[in-house]
Design a protein. Sequence first.
Length: 448
Amino acid sequence: MTDENTQAQQTEADKRQNPLGMHDILPDMHEYFTYIKKVVRHRARQAGYKRITTPILEFTDVFQRGIGDATDIVGKEMYTFTDRNERSLTMKPESTAGVVRAYIQHGMKEWPQPVQLYYIEPHFRYDKPQKGRYRQFWQIGLEIIGESDPALDAQVIDLANRINQDLGIAHLFTIQINNIGCPKCRGKYKQDLVNFYIGKERSLCEDCQNRLHKNPLRLLDCKQEDCQILAQLAPKFDQYRCPECKEFHTKLKDYLTELKIEFVENPKLVRGLDYYTGTVFEVWDKTQGAQNAIGGGGRYDGLAELMGGLPTPGVGYAAGIERIIANMKKENVRVPSKDDIHIFVAQLGDDAKKKCLTLLNDLRERGVKAVGALGKGSMKAQLRLADKFKVPYTLILGITEVREGVIIIRNMAKGQQRTVPHDTVIEEVIKLIGDDKLDKYSPGEVLY
Ligand code: HAM
């Protein structure tokens, strides 16, 4: 692996950094993650999707067969290694292939069809790190497996759009759609495309020269200027689409119109994974186009067979969570913080410390988010800490308070204090915070 972070070149300072293209998710970013997960779970559940998590590692074959040997992902970007048993394993660069593997493995064709699954997962691609492009990134994803109908494609696009609306960023994007045909109509087109490019290879970028015979459709959506000029002149797929694919695409557009979803027809949209058949779509940034696509998807009716299963159609979508967050921040979309602390408990003396341990537990049981300074700091130092936590109230328990069975409630903003009997303090605190602000765990509700 040649990389600026090879073991040999790694300096002492590098060892204290995360690997290039990977990042820590710090608490403020987790607030966005939590919110996005909540929106996705809510919308997916409403539409009957169930959650799936496939392993981080799959046998390499799953991606080689599924995504395709000639793609950038399989050719250049996978984290692949041999395990102690000489089996080749790969850290998942995407989830669709693994989800289809799971569909086959667990006999999901016996479940009510189509099977609708969603995921919120980390993925790994040895990509060139830059803004919005990482080597570990998170995706939210939706898959509908087991039936082929343009109404399902429309529903996936609708749900993707609805999620973006809920997150306050849909207006920044356009939905680009295309239909890249089935193996029947695409075969002849691919041949004519190769014939068109033969003799013009020198005008193509290096990647496109390599792709020409392996994956000629990718030449259409290359971002290099010279390749784009040639792509404009290349034969158009429209004239090759078979009647079935034409009808499927027309119906999809009808359904999207019915759902009042704006879309742009983009005959050059191809996507970078080989498993697609028919519908493909991408959610493009209105100003930067494909450069900053937030998500993409399409139909993959041949994928299950490629993986050794029975013919099983499918359609799906995935979007990058880091890119979603960057756009939410750009739009000043704020998410509610659930991490703010209600109460700080300050104490002085051994007896007070003991009482504080129970007090903290009792407060938390009632839904009051409470932290305490149980170290050895002075009262002044503890109050400074309380300020840093930005709590509205601090409870103060010293030697005198323990002896008298009372506790001090300090209003941090006003600097005012009052003393209440110890056994009434929890009710007093709840009155001050407000019942609706408590962080209650209701039995029966599963928390993630
Ligand atoms: P994809 O277009 O490769 O599709 O990835 C979907 C989204 O994941 C991208 O639009 C982008 O937001 C995010 N993404 C991809 N690579 C990176 C990266 N290196 N850094 C940050 N974000 C990234 C798929 O993965 C397909 N499995 C989608 C699908 C689902 N098709 C059918 N079902």
